[in-house]
Design a binder for this molecule. Structure first.
Ligand SMILES: NC(=O)c1ccc[n+]([C@@H]2O[C@H](COP(=O)([O-])OP(=O)(O)OC[C@H]3O[C@@H](n4cnc5c(N)ncnc54)[C@H](O)[C@@H]3O)[C@@H](O)[C@H]2O)c1
Length: 340
């Protein structure tokens, strides 16, 4: 296959730099676009330079002219759009900035694709937050963890959308624009509604990236606060598995056009907060002191993605199990103590 060109927005972030390495090492031409606003992005770029070749464009996705220029000039065969304001808490304190980056920024990219490169495969990193609280799903405590009582395969794409929080609204609006631009303009664009993604190069903080945050906080002996009882369950997916799905999607433009896919560890890869703490305690061989606080608004007892649509469409499956994946993450955290 001839060399293809992928433009990765947010490419200096956690998922982005892992994606850039993956594609670069498979001989794709890679352009990383980022405004470097996230902590850890400079360190990610330094690391990436040793891993693969890539071009870097310091661009803010809110800047329409700059976005148009990059798309028109680089003429990518695929765009993986990851650049975002990623924290729900920040979206509450600064909803306009959240809207500008997530909704308008995505619109800017889509419109640039429509005008300059309409055959580009366009993957948008959406979020499970577009489903809101999911009132129809019920859960109960089974032993030491919550489980759905009426969603045995997890949450499917047919679940009603319910944009809770400004972040949910801005990502949800973008998610719908992506699907509509596929319908109206025929762009091979898809929304990947991601649940919890974890792995190396994730500079997790309390408000976003909880798996990495727990590992980093444990290493640095910082306080960890559990909101709720810690028995809440999430499906977790290692970043390498996400990036493999991106490649499969880019290679199947007709299958993904106009489709939303839930992507996460699914029913096979789930963790409760306390189970992760337990893994960390075993690794670091000490008891981790925890603070408990009340549930945060909108927190769910369980969120598990139904990933069967993605599995079927792309012949993809999560390949890294949570225990092994968390082990890799801890290894990276330990080797990079100075970066936190
Ligand atoms: N990590 C997860 O668990 C998860 C879950 C659901 C959805 N997502 C989505 O996946 C994407 C990537 O997430 P991540 O975990 O790698 O986050 P991240 O914060 O590490 O990466 C986002 C990147 O976007 C860049 N960015 C922010 N604002 C920008 C702007 N205005 N212009 C250009 N670049 C900008 C940041 O500097 C950062 O490098 C995001 O869209 C996020 O909403 C992530």
């Amino acid at each position: 296959m001839s060399t293809k060109h992928v433009l990765i927005t947010g490419g200096a972030g956690f998922i982005g730099c892992n994606a850039a390495r993956y594609f670069g090492q498979r001989n794709w031409q890679v352009t990383v676009l980022d405004n470097l606003s996230r902590v850890g992005t400079e360190s990610n770029l330094t690391w990436l330079k040793d891993e693969t070749e890539f071009e870097f464009a310091k661009v803010d996705v809110r800047d329409t002219a700059a976005v148009n220029k990059v798309v028109a000039e680089t003429k990518p065969d695929a765009i993986i759009h990851l650049a975002a304001q990623v924290a729900v808490t920040t979206s509450v304190t600064d909803p306009r900035m959240d809207f500008d980056v997530n909704a308008l920024g995505t619109f800017n990219l889509l419109d640039a694709v429509r005008r300059f490169r309409p055959d580009t495969a366009f993957l948008f990193a959406s979020t499970n937050k577009v489903y809101g609280k999911i009132n129809g799903a019920t859960s109960e405590l089974k032993g030491s963890r919550y489980a759905y009582t009426n969603r045995p395969h997890g949450i499917p794409e047919s679940e009603p959308l319910d944009f809770l929080s400004p972040y949910g609204c801005s990502k949800g609006a973008a998610d719908q624009y992506v699907l509509d631009f596929a319908r109206i303009y025929g762009i091979p664009a898809a929304s990947f509604r991601q649940s919890c993604i974890y792995g190396p190069r994730q500079f997790g903080v309390e408000d976003q990236g909880w798996v990495a945050w727990f590992a980093i906080a444990t290493l640095l002996q910082k306080d960890i606060t559990i909101y709720g009882d810690g028995k809440q369950v999430r499906d977790v997916l290692h970043v390498e598995d996400v990036v493999r799905a991106y490649e499969a999607a880019i290679r199947s433009p007709d299958e993904i056009r106009g489709q939303a896919f839930n992507i996460g560890g699914g029913t096979a890869q789930t963790l409760s907060l306390l189970e992760l703490i337990d893994m960390l305690e075993q690794h670091f061989k000490r008891k981790i002191p925890l603070k408990f606080d009340k549930w945060r608004p909108g927190d769910q007892e369980v969120y598990v993605s139904d990933v069967r649509k993605l599995e079927k469409t792309l012949n993809w499956k999560p390949s890294i199990d949570a225990k092994a994946g968390v082990g890799k993450l801890i290894e990276w955290v330990e080797q990079n103590r100075a970066a936190f």
